[in-house]
Design a protein around this ligand. Structure first.
Ligand SMILES: Cc1ncc(COP(=O)(O)O)c(C=O)c1O
Length: 458
């Protein structure tokens, strides 16, 4: 059987010879301007409520199973969207189903080309086919790289607050988490490289960069990325650039791919991408990573034992989305951007939402709400005790409970809104809650109004 997508040495050498960086920054600004001139599209509709109840949705059905149908009005937890799949993707999947055969398949050139074109058109990146490897999701690729790079239980750096799933991935790879807390200055989180410098030692082989950052939404600038990269390269630390949220930027903001900032940065990194957030295809199980460095690729594929196999439907969905989805994503970005404006205006209206602070992020569809004052007010020692007893009596987890978890429960009980509690996002996330705003505006309005009423009563 043809090797699906593992790169051969010959291809690698061919790709590397005299080539500029994996992703040339040259075209990036022009391409970005194109990405930013969005709007006025086909008018894809994101306003319709499309029920996900009864379809085993983690966001809806798992929340309902946990809290009861009557207590869940708008679940705004796990990062997937409540919008329907783009119609052209559904059509392609229906066409594929008509061919009633699902045996082993190779990956067609058109699959790679769709990824290459998407990155070239939107970010000015020059990716070679042989630098792309598929993965069933983003984390398995990352886990394989960590395993391959760090065979003796080394440390992996996380710049916190950051995506909660990294911790589990690092543990799965047999590594330890070392947190490098970021600093919040004038409402924006900043990397703390002085602190990072102290943490890099002989046991540290990689750092996971989250760009744009989940949960706080920073789209890291080229200067920030270069400063981080220079430090990591000088200390022999490979950057694993998680860019899963890259296609979501608010108006006037710019996503800078890590590998676009210069050849040496591309050489010392792997970039992990996926259509799963961009198009809402998480359970179609296709992601990909890009790496131009043969040693890093070997570490991932051979040392880490990465399995590049993906399913037929996911591959079709991914290819079709990247080939035909530019307008859909532009329209979606406009919608999300307007949702963010709605949230910011609502929360910051004088008298509204006492106890919650918020300002607009640069990217992602996640609102990282500072609920410290609210938490202080409602999560009293008595409330914490009653929360613990309720968890115990309901047979739910009741050890290691954190105040943010109690606040999450309070918000469900009082608003019918489920948010993600900050405690799992690392140091710096104390008192924060994450709200997924990739929902129809009417649901967003309901959620905010419910939250507002409860905050005013608290
Ligand atoms: C930053 C980030 N990385 C990775 C993932 C998980 O991706 P996957 O399900 O493809 O492993 C998520 C999911 O929310 C995420 O936000």
């Amino acid at each position: 059987m043809k090797k699906l997508n593992g790169p051969s040495r010959r291809n690698f050498m061919k790709g590397a010879a005299g080539v500029t960086a994996l992703m040339s920054a040259a075209g990036a600004s022009g391409a970005l301007a194109m990405g930013q001139s969005r709007g006025g599209g086909k008018g894809y509709n994101f306003d319709d409520i499309y029920s996900r109840i009864g379809h085993n949705s983690v966001k809806w059905d798992a929340a309902i199973a946990r809290y009861g149908r009557e207590n869940i009005t708008v679940p705004m937890g796990i990062a997937d969207m409540d919008f329907k799949q783009p119609p052209f993707v559904v059509k392609a999947l229906q066409e594929r189903a008509k061919y009633e055969q699902f045996g082993y398949e190779t990956l067609p050139d058109s699959f790679y080309q769709a990824i290459i074109d998407w990155n070239k058109d939107r970010y000015g990146l020059n990716i070679k086919k042989e630098w792309i490897v598929t993965s069933q999701a983003l984390k398995p690729g990352m886990i394989a790289t960590m395993r391959g790079l760090n065979p003796v239980k080394g440390k992996v750096i996380l710049q916190t607050p950051t995506y909660s799933g990294f911790t589990g991935a690092i543990h799965k790879a047999g590594m330890r988490v070392e947190m490098n807390p970021m600093k919040k200055i004038n409402g924006r989180w900043h990397m703390d490289l002085e602190d990072l410098d102290k943490r890099l030692d002989y046991e540290t082989k990689c750092l996971i960069l989250c760009n744009p950052n989940n949960p706080s939404g920073e789209c890291w600038t080229a200067d920030e990325l270069r400063a981080l990269g220079d430090l990591c390269i000088s200390r022999g630390v490979t950057i694993l650039a998680d860019e899963i949220h890259c296609d979501f930027t608010n108006k006037g903001q710019k996503f800078t791919p890590y590998a676009s900032i210069g050849e040496k940065y591309a050489e010392h990194s792997i970039s992990y991408r996926s259509p799963s957030k961009t198009f809402g295809q998480a359970n179609l199980k296709v992601a990909y990573f890009v790496c131009q460095n043969e040693d890093l690729m070997n570490a991932t594929m051979i040392g880490g034992g990465h399995d590049a196999g993906c399913n037929a439907f996911g591959l079709i969905a991914c290819e079709t989305a990247f080939r035909e989805g530019a307008q859909w994503v532009d329209d979606l970005n406009d919608y999300i951007d307007a949702n963010f404006d709605y949230v910011v205006d609502f929360i910051n209206k004088p008298g509204n939402m006492p106890g919650i602070k918020y300002s607009k992020p640069e990217g992602t569809y996640l609102a990282w709400l500072d609920c410290n004052e609210l938490m202080k007010k409602v999560v009293t020692p008595e409330y914490m005790k009653s929360y613990h007893d309720k968890m115990r009596d309901q047979g739910r987890r009741h050890s290691g409970l954190k105040p943010e978890m109690a606040l999450g429960e309070w918000i469900v009980d009082n608003c019918g809104v489920q948010l993600n509690s900050g405690n799992s996002y690392g140091i710096g996330a104390e008192g924060f809650m994450r709200m997924n705003i990739a929902v129809p505006r009417s649901s967003l309005k309901t959620a905010l109004e419910n939250l507002d009423k409860a905050c005013k009563k608290a």
